[in-house]
Design a binder for this molecule. Structure first.
Ligand SMILES: NC(=O)c1ccc[n+]([C@@H]2O[C@H](COP(=O)([O-])OP(=O)(O)OC[C@H]3O[C@@H](n4cnc5c(N)ncnc54)[C@H](OP(=O)(O)O)[C@@H]3O)[C@@H](O)[C@H]2O)c1
Length: 315
């Protein structure tokens, strides 16, 4: 299995199971299917509202003895309402309790945006906290403390632009080890990947299949479909594979981790098998040509005229 290597020698399997939108009644089974069929990386987040069900699956699989805790890479994320120093470790401890774990392999700041404590999603400008009220460095220092306490092995960020990474690195000697961002052939983000490579920051590609199960209100009118994109379908046909497998292998071939979400047994199994797909130079070149800077999960929903956030994707 391809892995991403960390400075201390730890290795994160390149393909993991995403769990956003995985319904409570289905996610437990999905995680069990994944672990029993070779996955060793699960991507979670407090805000997905399903960590307790994932915890049940982890506990069952580990107690069966076939898979050990230390063989699985488990990531979770700090939600935007817990950025203040005093809320970071309690939020992490709740995630650990829900997941029934002693430690996480990776903990990420989910977005560079802060809400008032207890606000799950803002409905008005007053629900936000400004970067003066809670600077990212305050949150980051609490993440470092969590690592020092042994609650997490690695710490990183998510949805950070080059500028936000640079700003953070100017204030701290502890460089984020991961930036989890939206990455797929319609949003290839060469500049961001290059910056991360130069600074030893790994990247994880989220929404690699186009996040088709998002709510309708999150979707743009006539948004393009990655799974039905002719170039992707042609390459899939050439290799006798599925379009999803092409998209997943493309992410691995670029040196990123990738976390396709599925609760379907067939998809879960075939998504991991994409690793075997022999994408060649011609395929990679063809995919390089379909970039169109299209975001399925556009963080601009955090930008309103009156709130403190005006630029999520500043370079
Ligand atoms: N850090 C962040 O801010 C952030 C944001 C977004 C996502 N994420 C993470 O990234 C993960 C993946 O992103 P995502 O959930 O947005 O979307 P995604 O993985 O791009 O797409 C999920 C959709 O693809 C379908 N699918 C899965 N495998 C398939 C296959 N082989 N063939 C056809 N369809 C397939 C799924 O349906 P079935 O379930 O029926 O298979 C589901 O409808 C998330 O679950 C989450 O863990 C993180």
């Amino acid at each position: 299995m391809e892995t991403l290597k960390f400075k201390n020698g730890d290795e994160m399997p390149a393909i993991g199971l995403g769990t956003w939108k995985s319904e409570k009644g289905k996610v437990e089974e999905a995680v069990k299917i994944a672990l029993n069929n070779g996955y060793r990386h699960i991507d979670c987040a407090a805000t997905y509202g399903n960590e307790a069900e994932i915890g049940n699956a982890l506990s069952t699989v580990f107690s069966e003895g076939k898979v050990k805790r230390e063989e699985v890479w488990i990531t979770s994320k700090l939600w935007n309402d817990s950025h203040k120093e005093e809320h970071v470790i309690p939020a992490l401890k709740q995630t650990l309790k829900d997941l029934q774990l002693e430690y996480l392999d990776l903990y990420l700041i989910h977005w560079p945006v802060a809400f008032k404590h207890g606000v799950s999603f803002p409905s008005k400008d007053e629900d936000y906290l400004s970067l003066e009220e809670v600077p990212i460095i305050e949150t980051w220092n609490a993440m470092i403390e969590a690592k020092e306490q042994g609650l997490v092995k690695h710490i990183g960020v998510s949805n950070f632009s080059n500028k936000k990474l640079r700003d953070l690195m100017n204030e701290s000697d502890e460089v984020p080890e991961m930036n989890q961002v939206e990455l797929h052939p319609f949003l290839q983000q060469h500049e961001l990947l290059e910056f991360c490579r130069e600074n030893d920051i790994h990247c994880t590609a989220y929404s690699p299949l186009g996040s088709g199960d998002r709510s309708e209100q999150m979707k743009a009118k006539n948004e393009p479909s990655l799974l039905k994109e002719p170039a992707i379908m042609e390459i899939a046909k050439k290799h006798n594979a599925s379009p999803a497998q092409v998209l997943i292998k493309w992410a691995v071939a670029r040196g990123t981790a990738v976390i396709p979400k599925s609760t379907s047994k067939e998809h879960i199994i075939s998504n991991l098998e994409s690793e075997k797909l022999p994408l060649d130079e011609e395929d990679m070149k063809k995919i390089a040509g379909i970039d169109r800077e299209f975001r399925y999960v556009n963080g601009e929903f955090f930008v309103t005229p009156g709130n403190p956030y005006d630029n999520i994707y500043d370079l």
